[in-house]
Design a protein around this ligand. Structure first.
Ligand SMILES: Cc1ncc(COP(=O)(O)O)c(C=O)c1O
Length: 452
């Protein structure tokens, strides 16, 4: 029996709960399967029964040696991965546009950090990290212990993981792939580049691209280079001691869907193909289509670069006039995320809205600031966080060392990270992003924290 079936059965049994949770399963809906670690439903922190079996099922489904359910999102996976694979003082190579959990992980483990600064496309989107960039970073870093790469990126660009993994392993470097946006990869020929079989650790958010509740994720491990005891210890540290059975039930149900999901993926691909074809008629807006295997077709990038409106304005029109909410809007594009659960009606509504909006646009050239500048690292992340800090006005922060991570959110790629020197350029970009209506995180009422 799967965890889902076990919980269903338990919820219908006569067993009276003189234990947590306090709702006593007497409220309707998900409360009925919300459990604590009683006999029969296993324990995520020490699985030996149904959770153990379901984790094995997960590993088989994805082709991993070991898979671990995560109920704190990929965030927990990233935190645990570096705890388990590195020791204090080790050097880790990360992408400068990594998710903040990767930074936090390096900071908490007191790691030295070397950055790969990926190139940008014209529309301001980060490209995937290339093998050459990995080579250069490894040569510069001197004996790095691990590399963390994000593949696919938020916008759906994939690294060549197999080649990178071969190179890392030749150099005895652990490869961790933050594949938060790639849990659906490997289930259809249109969705390739799963890292599971190549990376030492692959972390995937089920909730981002598959039918699963928010916070559900999974960590896959290839055996050989990763100490599994240390990994379990890390998960024990970073995950709640009361992991949600509602979330684990959702993971179990998601696997049921994936096991039967061939038709769902076929239908999804048909809908995507129809959408891209229809958007070929757009005169000003452009739906970015990468024909090679380097981009996930499920991430719809709608570029406003050659029009008279910004991505933020396009997202506003879609929201206010057409009741279509998108995932992300930036200077010159909007990102719409799709999945096997999208309806034909949803795709048609977006297609119709874009064609109608396009009719009223004119040709233009939306300004995109270069955010691929290279800030100077003055001290390590953890040193910046261990020191005392003061909040100052942005203009007074120039030439000081940041104690803050300031990001444009989403996607959350940092403009400045703790330990780096704040330049005039950084301050200008933060001001520009705010003026364009982008959401800037990491400031405190407009002030930035700097190391004393
Ligand atoms: C690349 C990347 N990694 C990790 C995360 C964290 O994932 P989660 O929200 O599942 O904790 C995100 C979230 O947006 C992300 O974009």
């Amino acid at each position: 029996m799967s965890l889902k079936e076990t919980l269903e059965k338990y919820s219908k049994s006569n067993m009276y709960p003189f234990h947590m949770p306090g709702h006593k399963r007497r409220l309707k809906g998900c409360y009925e399967i919300d459990m604590t670690e009683v006999p029969g439903v296993d324990d995520l922190h020490d699985p030996e029964d149904v959770i153990f079996q379901d984790q094995k099922r997960m590993a088989k489904l994805y082709g991993a040696d070991e898979s671990y359910f995560l109920v704190g999102g990929s965030t927990v996976g990233n935190l645990a991965a570096l705890y388990a694979t590195c020791s204090e003082g080790d050097t880790v190579i990360i992408q400068r546009n990594s998710h903040k959990s990767v930074y936090n992980s390096a900071m908490l483990r007191h790691l030295k950090v070397e950055y790969i600064c990926p190139r940008l496309f014209d529309n301001g989107i980060y490209q995937a990290v290339s093998l050459e960039e990995v080579h250069q970073a490894v040569e510069k870093a001197k004996n790095p212990r691990a590399i963390v790469l994000t593949s696919p990126t938020y916008e759906g660009y994939h690294c060549k993981i197999k080649e990178i993994a071969d190179y890392c392993h030749e150099k005895e470097i652990i490869l961790v792939v933050d594949q938060a946006h790639g849990a659906h990869l490997g289930f259809h020929p249109s969705f390739t580049n799963s890292a599971v079989k190549y990376a030492d650790i692959t972390i995937q958010s089920l909730h981002k691209t598959l039918p699963a509740l928010t916070q559900t994720a999974v960590m896959h491990v290839s055996q050989g280079r990763v100490d599994l005891n240390r990994l379990r210890e890390a998960l024990d540290i970073y995950e709640s001691s009361s992991p949600s059975y509602v979330l684990m039930n959702s993971i179990s149900q998601c696997m049921d869907i994936l096991e039967e999901g061939v038709d769902l993926f076929e239908n999804y691909v048909d809908k995507l193909q129809n959408f891209y074809k229809a958007c070929g008629q757009l005169k000003h807006l452009k739906v970015v289509e990468d024909t090679d295997e380097n981009k996930d077709p499920g991430k719809l990038i709608i570029s406003t670069k050659n029009t008279n409106i910004t991505g933020v304005e396009l997202a506003r029109i879609l929201r206010e006039k057409y009741e279509l909410e998108t995932e992300l809007s930036s200077f010159s594009y909007v990102l719409a995320m799709t999945s096997i659960m999208d309806s034909e009606e949803g795709f048609l509504r977006l297609e119709k809205a874009l064609l109608e909006i396009d009719e009223n646009l004119t040709t233009g050239n939306v300004e995109v600031p270069r955010i691929d500048y290279r800030p100077t690292k003055k001290i390590e992340l953890y040193e910046a966080k261990s020191n005392r800090a003061t909040d100052v006005k942005l203009e007074d922060a120039i030439n000081k060392v940041s104690a803050a991570m300031v990001c444009i959110y989403p996607p959350g790629a940092p403009l400045i990270v703790p330990g780096e020197e704040i330049s005039t350029e950084t301050v200008d970009i933060i001001s520009f992003a705010k003026a364009k209506g982008l959401h800037v995180t990491g400031l405190n009422k407009g002030l930035i924290s700097v190391v004393n």
